[in-house]
Design a protein around this ligand. Structure first.
Ligand code: 8NA
Ligand code: MG
Ligand code: MG
Length: 345
């Protein structure tokens, strides 16, 4: 079983980097015709393409910080992780960070800071960010811990360094949990996969803070659970339009409008789909489909790519795609090292 699990680990982190790099092309676009997505993807296969490799953004930059911190400071060291985020931002501030999170990253750089969770708590009038920035970097938590409880606990804490609103950190836990289940092969039974996510989120959203945040933002109680129920309904349908997916699940920069969407992309693309080339495997379909939704395409494809990569494994990822993206080798190396750590008794 070891080689299969290693392949899944590598698939998860490489899949996430590919989603970020390939999805960057369409970030923020309202309408992305499938033709344009397929054109963008076939250009990756063209060795003579002149425009160089696709750069990664904040999603991958922060995922690398999380991985490095977990590799050196297991089980979890919030100060170390915070320092790595701040240092990375300082070295490469132009990676497309959210406009709010930049303030947190600047404060985290201060050597006098006592409580590393405080800058995130000061965001948005004390409400904290509900952006998907915690979720986009959550995959390594699924590679670092064996137990589901640890995956949830630490992915939430890791997200809280920048996202103190429960919608932000619970979205990160949902993403980490989806990668965790996918690594275990749970996508072989899609219905059970989504049911497990729903029951875990029910526990998380029972929490008083989660209930208060949902109210304050005018959302239904159990906002993630209700989105996941919509994912389940869409899964049962024979045909679903892009417009319906966007209106039911969203494609925005809020975690609530993008994590369930990424999960849907993976589930929807477990089978061949009209409009996507027959030669595409499941991971290629998942990335292509994520881009066609428009909106926060790099982050949705990054999250879907991590879940799909954990399911299909590294061998499902075309070499030409891997060669076209910045940071693939480093992600592969981080995945191998997390795997070695995971295998220690
Ligand atoms: P963030 O924490 O700054 O949140 C992103 C945005 O969400 C904020 O700038 C606000 O507009 C809004 N927001 C979040 N919480 C609240 C709140 N409580 N009240 C009102 N508004 C709120 O950044 P992040 O780390 O969550 O990043 C999210 C996305 O932004 C990612 O997709 C990332 O890639 C980035 N992004 C970058 C660009 C770009 O310029 N390249 C474009 C879109 C998104
Ligand atoms: Mg980004
Ligand atoms: Mg983004």
């Amino acid at each position: 079983a070891a080689p299969v699990m290693l392949s899944r680990f590598r698939g998860a982190l490489v899949g996430s980097v590919l989603g970020d790099c390939i999805g960057g092309e369409f970030e923020g676009a309202v309408d992305v015709p499938l033709d344009r997505v397929l054109q963008h993807l076939s250009a990756l296969e063209d060795e003579t393409r002149g425009d160089g490799i696709l750069q990664y953004s904040d999603d991958t930059a922060m995922m690398r910080c999380v991985s490095d911190s977990l590799l050196t400071r297991m089980p979890f060291d919030e100060r170390d992780m915070a320092r790595r985020f701040a240092k990375e931002y300082n070295l490469a501030p132009g990676r497309g960070y959210g406009s709010g999170v930049i303030q947190v990253l600047r404060k985290l750089a201060s050597p006098h800071l006592k409580d590393v969770f405080q800058p995130a708590q000061a965001q948005f009038g004390g409400r904290g960010s509900f952006g998907n920035g915690g979720a986009m970097r959550a995959a390594p938590f699924a590679l670092a811990y064996k137990s589901q409880a640890d995956v949830c606990r630490y992915s939430r804490l890791g997200a809280m360094l920048t996202h103190s609103c429960s919608l932000g950190y619970n979205g990160a836990a949902l993403q980490a949990l989806a990668v965790h289940l996918s690594l275990q092969g749970a996508l072989a039974l899609p219905k059970e996969f989504i049911n497990k996510l729903i029951s875990e989120m029910e526990e998380m959203e029972k929490d008083e803070t989660a209930q208060l945040d949902a109210k304050a933002l005018n959302l239904s109680d159990f906002p993630y659970c209700s989105r996941l129920h919509r994912v389940k309904e869409l899964m049962d349908r024979n045909s679903v339009s892009i417009e319906e997916v966007i209106s039911e699940l969203g494609n925005g920069i809020a975690a609530l409008q993008s994590v369930p969407t990424a999960i849907f992309c993976v589930l929807h693309c477990l089978e061949p789909r009209d409009g996507l080339p027959e030669r595409f495997g499941g991971l290629e379909r998942t990335i292509a489909y994520s881009l066609a939704l428009g909106g926060d395409t790099d982050t949705i494809a990054c999250m879907a790519g991590a879940i799909a990569g954990a399911h299909y494994g590294i061998d499902s990822i075309p070499q030409s795609w891997q060669k076209s993206c910045e940071g693939v080798e480093e992600a592969d190396d981080l995945a191998r090292r997390l795997y070695d750590l995971y295998c220690l008794p």
